[in-house]
Design a protein around this ligand. Structure first.
Ligand code: HEC
Length: 153
């Protein structure tokens, strides 16, 4: 059985491969135009692009109140001083900083997704728009999203 099927495979494989190459070759020219249609949304580049959802910001507020308000007030992280400090830097740096230093007595106490939600909350507090897609709990993805100044809120 295995001999027969491997023979069968050896026999049909070149045909299948040729057919595939033929099909890909035929398809590539006309589909180039079609694939230019923006089927996938553009990758957000800035915190002004609606990079978090409202629900995330609400969850982030709850985590902030539970874990951070022992030492901080939200107003420390809103407005032009905070934005100027972060302007031009990747959002991944902020997430990385929180994960690796906060709270000081127990860095990494929260889940990555909870720190990520706190970042969403801080963005919302700074007047950046929410959007339809959640901010990912992925530091390297957030290295592609840059902070920019928004001004007083
Ligand atoms: C036990 C107290 C404590 C807790 C709890 C705490 N922090 Fe901090 N945090 C500090 C101290 C102290 C600093 C350093 C202050 C400074 O240098 O201005 C700091 C600094 C920061 C900074 C500024 C870092 C910088 O370099 O600008 C951020 C942002 C921050 N904390 C966010 C958080 C968040 C978010 C949480 C909750 C997950 C949190 N902190 C929990 C004490 C705390």
């Amino acid at each position: 059985m295995s001999v027969a099927s491997s023979k069968g495979f050896a026999f049909t494989a070149p045909f299948t491969l040729t057919t595939l190459i033929y099909m890909v070759g035929c398809a590539s020219a006309p589909s180039t135009v079609v694939s230019l249609n923006p089927a996938t949304p553009p990758i957000p580049r800035s915190v002004a692009d609606g990079v978090f959802t409202n629900n995330q910001a609400v969850r982030g507020q709850q985590s902030f109140e539970r874990t951070c308000e022992a030492c901080h007030r939200t107003r420390e992280f809103r407005g032009s001083a905070f934005q100027q400090e972060w302007s031009g830097r990747p959002l991944g740096d902020l997430l990385q900083l929180l994960v690796s230093t906060m709270p000081p007595n127990d860095p990494g106490f929260l889940k990555l997704s909870e720190y990520r939600d706190i970042v969403s909350y801080l963005l919302k507090q700074n007047g950046y728009p929410s959007g339809a897609t959640e901010l990912p709990a992925d530091i390297s993805a957030l290295m592609e999203v840059h902070f920019e100044l928004r001004g007083e809120v």
